[in-house]
Write a new protein. Structure first.
Length: 209
């Protein structure tokens, strides 16, 4: 007997858009996903109470559609956004988009998120993670959060554990800015293996000298 595949919202961009357009038509909503650009950049979801969420994507339209379908299904990984969506609905979302070269996405997104940490209307979960632990997740070093725009002594930097995924609750950690600079876009497991190799090689050199 042939197995019936369970429908998933995230199987393809075309299916996602089709599903969302059906919802919009059925409810006679004003949200226009086709007006969103299929380009890389930084997007901001803004709600009527001025609360906001910052993210990056290689395809703005596809990412926003994925967000909204997850919110519609009430399975979004960010409970703060889900709460706002439950209150304001699809037509309560405004999407602000800043086109960015793909190679610069991670750096620009991280900079924007770091600059907005601490703001009451910020819906990025990083603020909650910061309250729990103020040490570097990889080195144990004490971290210092930026207190103003020109605070160059700050050391805290928000990092994605898996760089291929977004800034969600189960994929973010605070690490020292210098360590984040070294880690860049590497997977955490690969980066840690490199660090171990460096320590092992250095220790061997010391033993042989």
């Amino acid at each position: 007997m042939k197995k019936v595949k369970k429908f998933t919202y995230f199987r393809s961009a075309k299916l996602c858009l089709k599903k969302l357009l059906e919802i919009i038509k059925e409810r006679n909503l004003n949200f226009k996903p086709r007006s969103l650009k299929c380009k890389p950049g930084i997007y901001t979801l803004i709600f009527p109470d001025k609360s906001f969420y910052i993210g990056s994507t290689v395809n703005c339209r596809r990412r926003i559609v994925e967000h909204i379908l997850a919110l519609e299904a009430r399975i979004h990984t960010n409970y703060k956004i889900q709460k706002k969506y439950d209150k304001y609905g699809m037509d309560g979302i405004t999407v602000d988009f800043l086109p960015i070269e793909k190679k610069e996405l991670a750096a620009v997104e991280q900079k924007m998120i770091n600059e907005n940490i601490g703001k009451r209307k910020n819906l990025n979960i990083a603020k909650t993670v910061w309250r729990k632990n103020r040490k570097c997740s990889l080195s144990g070093l004490d971290l210092r959060m930026k207190t103003h725009a020109k605070d160059f002594d700050a050391t805290a930097s928000l990092d994605r554990i898996n760089s291929e995924l977004g800034y969600e609750a189960n994929n973010i950690q605070w690490i020292h800015k210098d360590i984040n600079f070294m880690k860049r876009e590497y997977r955490q497991s690969y980066f840690l293996d490199l660090c171990r190799q460096i320590v092992h090689h250095t220790n061997n050199d010391k033993s042989n000298s």
